[in-house]
Write a protein that binds this ligand. Structure first.
Ligand SMILES: [Zn+2]
Length: 325
């Protein structure tokens, strides 16, 4: 046996032991996992990794749907090792890649959709990505108060990361202006069709998945005034209700950190709109003490499957009660 396979065996054995401990001690608690795009060249997860993780969760954890989680917690019968799969944003791969894998494994996931993508074919961040990767220019001049070379792949990657971060915390108006300026400087066509269509959203719903709102334009809600924030939520909810012929009762906050990206005003808005369950990105487990309008999420990042499992067990073990971090 070589060193790598011995190490793998030990990790696998450790996972099995840890899983048994958690299964026997951590009841009435769930972890909501959060995924985005698969198979995109921004460096995220590929299809194989997503499939391996879903198969692993199905084999070793209790994968339940978001509505089931909400129901079982009120009856205090949430099984040990409960996990829920959520997918944010609403890219086309939610339909063509993620839903078929979940369907095959009989997993009911929840999809949170930024509805402007349905009409535009892409989101604000894709415009930045495409502008940088499609332009024939080798320098971005006059943005971020300096000239930034984008001649190499690595430079384009760094420029994207930097601009993405800088524009993310702008108001919608400011962000749109900045992106328009970038497109004009780089003199490039950024249009794309990488988003879900109405029919594909309806098909995901027909496959038994949950559809929820993720606002219309993916603003950081605290960067907008309350009126604009409310309109962002209402618009997206109405669009999704007309597509699914159902009330939209689920919501995921863009960016999702309580206090920084959303606050109690936004939770109140959701309540008035009939939204009963909203997901944050703060880390934690969901328990009967959790705030149902700021449900924490947690996604182990390891590509290695045993380590992914160990980190998830550790998360169950560590978070005795929900709390914002
Ligand atoms: Zn998002």
């Amino acid at each position: 046996m070589n060193l790598t396979s011995a190490k793998n065996k030990i990790e696998d054995w450790f996972f099995q032991c840890y899983r048994m401990v958690v299964a026997n001690s951590e009841k009435n608690k769930a972890t909501v996992l959060n995924f985005h795009r698969v198979n995109h060249d921004d460096g995220g997860m590929d299809v194989d990794e997503f499939r391996r993780k879903m198969m692993f969760l199905k084999s070793h954890f209790n994968v339940i749907s978001l509505p089931e989680m909400m129901q079982l917690i009120t009856e205090k019968i949430l099984p040990p090792l409960s996990v829920v799969i959520t997918v944010d944003d609403g890219y086309e791969d939610s339909y063509s890649v993620i839903t078929p894998i979940l369907d095959e494994l009989n997993i009911k996931g929840a999809f949170f959709i930024t509805t402007i993508g349905i009409e535009q074919g892409l989101l604000w961040n894709d415009k930045i990505f495409n502008a940088i990767h499609r332009t024939s220019k080798t320098t971005i001049e006059g943005v971020l108060n300096r000239d930034q070379s984008i001649a190499t792949k690595e430079q384009r990657k760094l420029a994207y990361q930097e601009l993405h971060l800088a524009y993310k915390f702008m108001s919608l108006v400011e962000r749109e202006e900045s992106i328009a300026q970038l497109i004009s400087i780089l003199d490039v066509d950024v249009s794309d069709n990488v988003f879900l269509s109405k029919n594909k959203i309806a098909a995901i719903k027909s496959a038994g998945m949950t559809i929820g709102s993720h606002t219309h334009q993916h603003p950081i809600l605290t960067m907008e005034n309350d009126d604009d924030a409310l309109q962002e939520i209402i618009k997206s909810q109405k669009i999704l209700e007309s597509i699914t012929n159902n009330n939209i009762q689920y919501f995921a906050y863009p960016n999702g950190k309580f206090g920084r990206d959303f606050n109690n005003n936004h939770k109140e808005m959701l309540t008035t709109l009939g939204i009963s369950c909203a997901l944050a990105t703060d880390w934690g487990c969901f328990t009967e003490d959790s705030d149902v309008l700021a449900i924490p999420r947690y996604t182990p990042w390891d590509k290695d499957i045993a380590r992914f499992g160990i980190r998830l067990c550790h998360h169950f073990n560590k978070h005795k009660a929900q709390g914002h971090e």
